[in-house]
Design a protein around this ligand. Structure first.
Ligand code: FRU
Length: 289
């Protein structure tokens, strides 16, 4: 009996030890962010932090490429060399980040692409909202507010990033039947300051009837620009944006600077949940909307 009890005691110690070891093992989740200096990205990082705080076993390492493809490539290579357990990439532009995303995946690191796409299927999963659908919803909304023969100013996000192309395609498809419309594109690169600068360079002697901005920051820049040109028309102009994030677009809709914003979830919580599934060895879908 004594012998049996001591074996049982040893077994318990061993099991308790294993359990502790498992809990104490730190997995590193590397996140390569194309930038962090806007409200939407900051919200994403907040969501990442909140979700990550639910697990003792992970450490999250975030790199900020500060709007630069080359820096992002370099930082992803550092994360690969460091052998992070899961890599999450939000690419600056799709084409330049494609090869390095493939490198990570081929090195055997479970690789989650989020928000902006890469031009390959050599990754583990893509987590992100459907930007084509968002653009389509914006176009459907616009159709209800456009007078005949309207001129629409479309303020593009960065043309080399997939959400800009998809938001454009969805919007145009929704308005396919309106052959009376004129579209004027301008590149705002997703940024308030770039949109503000480019708008100043354009001749608006032919009036604009509607503004579709690919994000709220550029929509806000448009309102300020048109109000500066003509306070009355500038205030009445219909301007729509996307993101609807707190501390930016949501406030702008509430105080009337933007007429409407379409919600683009950051997916911060979802990427960490997905990373945890991968760490547990679970299979995940190739696309997580
Ligand atoms: C933030 C942002 C958002 C936009 C997203 C597209 O950096 O520009 O405003 O919805 O990126 O990738």
């Amino acid at each position: 009996m004594k012998y049996f009890l001591s074996i049982l005691f040893l077994l318990c110690l061993l099991l308790a030890g294993c359990d502790r070891a498992d809990r104490e093992k730190k997995y590193v989740i590397g996140i390569s962010q194309c930038m962090l200096d806007d409200a939407w990205r900051q919200q994403m990082i907040r969501e990442v932090g909140i979700e990550a705080s639910n697990y003792d076993s992970i450490k999250v390492l975030i790199k900020d490429a500060d709007n630069d493809n080359d820096r992002q490539i370099e930082q992803i290579r550092e994360l690969i060399a460091q052998k992070v357990d899961v890599l999450i990439i939000s690419p600056f532009e799709s084409a330049p980040i494609t090869d390095v995303a493939e490198e990570a995946f081929r090195a055997g690191i479970p690789t989650i692409i989020t928000d902006r796409k890469v031009n390959t299927n050599q990754y583990t999963t893509f987590v992100g909202a459907n930007n084509y659908d968002l653009g389509f919803a914006a176009g459907t909304y616009a159709a209800k507010h456009l007078p005949p023969h309207a001129t629409i100013l479309e303020i593009w996000g960065m043309m080399g990033s997939s959400p800009a192309q998809e938001r454009h395609n969805g919007f145009r498809d929704a308005l396919q039947e309106r052959t009376d419309l004129t579209f004027r594109p301008v590149e705002g690169d997703w940024r308030y300051d770039v949109a503000a600068k480019r708008l100043k360079e354009i001749d608006f002697s032919q009036p604009i009837d509607f503004v579709y901005a690919h994000n709220d920051m550029m929509a806000i820049a448009a309102r300020e620009h048109f109000q500066a040109i003509d306070p009355v028309r500038g205030k009445e102009l219909h301007i729509i944006g996307m993101d609807a994030v707190a501390n930016a677009g949501l406030e702008a809709v509430a105080d009337g600077r933007i007429n409407v914003s379409f919600l683009y979830p950051t997916g911060g919580e979802q990427v960490i949940r997905t990373a945890m599934q991968l760490l547990r060895g679970e299979k995940v879908d190739k696309y997580i909307p």
